[in-house]
Design a protein around this ligand. Structure first.
Ligand code: ACO
Length: 314
C-alpha cells in the first residue's frame, strides 16, 4: 500500500470514560510489597481508575463522541470495539455496546492488545474507502479483571477506561497520511493471559521490545506520510510506561515535551490509552486544526501500530 490509496476519511470527534473509583499508589502499598516512590520512578503512574464493565465504559465514551460530532447515530455503519477484555467470550462486546447506544450497524471486537485503537482507526479508514459513511471506533478495557492483585509486578500497571472516535467520509484525501501495523508472535510468552487466569508478564522483555516496536512503527508510518519526525506536532503514544515513551522519543529524535501523557492518572488502559491521551491534549488546547499527530501503540502479541494524521476534528 502507498499513501495514494488512502483517501476520504477523517476523525471528527472524541469521547472518553473513566470509572469513578481511584486506586492510588498509596492504596497499593497496603495491598502488596511496593512503594509509591518505586511505582512512580519505574512507570510514571501515580493513580489509576478501576470499575465498570467494558461495554458500559465503551458506550459512555461512544455516546460522548456521538454527541460532540452532532451526527445522527443512525448514520453510523460500523462499530469497531478494540478490547482485550470483552465482557463475555461470546458474543462480541461490540454487539452489547451497539444495543446500549441504539445503533443499527455492523459491530465487531478487535483484539490487538494495546495497539487495538490504532488498528481500529486504520481499519475504519479502509471500510470508508470501500463505501461506509461513518465508523465508530472505541478502545475499552476492564483490565482489573485480569490482574492478580497479589502480583506487585503487574497490579501496579493495569487499569480500566475507554476512548472513542467517530471517523467519517470526507471530501478530499482525508486525515490519514501514513500507517503501519505489525505483530511479532515470537514474543507471545512475554505477555499473555490464559482463559480464567491472570496476566503473566516479563516486564523487561516487554520494555526492551516495546521501545524498538514503537520506533519501527513510527518510522514506517512517517515514511509512508513522507514526513520526518521533526514535522510531527504531537505524539500520542500508548501509555504503558513513561520510560518506554521517553526512550522511543529519544530514538526518534522527537522531544518528550511533544507527547501527550495521561499515564500518571490512568495507569495502563491498553486499547483505551491512546484516545484518552488524545482527548487530554485536545481538552488542553494542544491540538489545533492542521496539526500533524503521530499515534503509536504497542502491546501483547507483540503487536504494534502507528498512524500519522492531520487533526481535523471538532
Ligand atoms: N514494587 C517494588 N519492587 C518491585 C515491584 C513493585 N511493584 N515490581 C517488581 N519489583 C522488583 C522486582 O522484584 C525486582 O527485584 P529484584 O531486583 O530483587 O529481583 C526489581 O523490582 C526490579 O524489577 P524489574 O522488573 O527489573 O523492574 P523494571 O525496572 O524493569 O520495571 C516494569 C518493571 C515497570 C514492569 C517495567 O519492566 C515495564 O514497565 N515493563 C513494560 C511493561 C509493559 O509495558 N506492559 C504492558 C505492555 S502493553 C499491553 O499489551 C497491555
Amino acid at each position: 500500500m502507498t499513501s495514494n490509496s488512502l483517501f476520504g476519511a477523517r476523525m471528527v470527534a472524541l469521547g472518553t470514560a473513566l470509572p469513578d473509583k481511584v486506586l492510588t499508589n498509596q492504596d497499593l502499598e497496603k495491598m502488596v510489597d511496593t512503594s509509591s516512590e518505586w511505582i512512580v520512578e519505574r512507570s510514571g503512574i501515580h493513580e489509576r481508575r478501576i470499575g465498570g464493565t467494558t461495554a458500559g465504559l465503551a458506550a459512555e465514551a461512544g455516546q460522548i463522541a456521538i454527541e460532540r460530532s452532532g451526527i445522527d447515530p443512525q448514520t453510523i455503519d460500523l462499530l469497531i470495539l478494540a478490547t482485550t477484555t470483552p465482557d463475555r467470550r461470546v458474543p462480541a462486546t461490540a454487539s452489547t455496546v451497539q444495543e446500549l447506544l441504539g445503533l443499527s450497524c455492523g459491530a465487531m471486537d478487535l483484539n490487538a492488545a494495546c495497539s487495538g485503537f490504532v488498528y481500529g482507526m486504520i481499519a475504519a479508514h479502509g471500510f470508508i474507502n470501500m463505501g461506509h459513511q461513518r465508523v465508530l471506533v472505541i478502545g475499552a478495557e476492564t483490565l482489573r479483571r485480569l490482574v492478580d492483585w497479589t502480583d506487585r509486578a503487574t497490579c501496579i500497571l493495569f487499569a480500566d477506561g475507554a476512548g472513542a472516535a467517530i471517523i467519517e467520509r470526507t471530501e478530499g484525501p482525508g486525515d490519514l497520511h501514513g500507517w503501519h501495523v505489525n505483530s511479532n508472535g515470537a514474543l507471545e510468552e512475554a505477555l499473555y493471559c490464559d482463559f480464567d487466569a491472570t496476566i503473566q508478564m516479563s516486564g523487561q522483555a516487554i520494555f526492551k521490545n516495546a521501545v524498538l516496536a514503537m520506533e519501527h512503527a513510527a518510522r514506517q508510518s512517517l515514511e509512508m506520510a513522507d514526513l520526518s519526525p521533526a514535522e510531527i506536532d504531537l505524539v500520542v503514544p500508548h501509555q504503558a510506561n513513561v520510560r518506554i515513551v521517553e526512550a522511543s522519543c529519544k530514538r526518534l529524535g522527537i522531544p518528550y515535551e511533544k507527547t501527550s501523557m495521561v499515564i500518571h492518572r490512568t495507569g495502563n488502559t491498553s486499547s483505551a490509552s491512546i484516545p484518552l491521551a488524545l482527548e487530554d491534549a485536545w481538552q488542553a488546547g494542544r491540538v489545533k486544526k492542521g496539526d500533524r499527530l503521530l499515534l503509536v501503540g504497542f502491546g501483547a502479541g507483540m503487536t504494534s501500530a502507528a498512524a500519522v494524521i492531520t487533526w481535523d476534528g471538532k
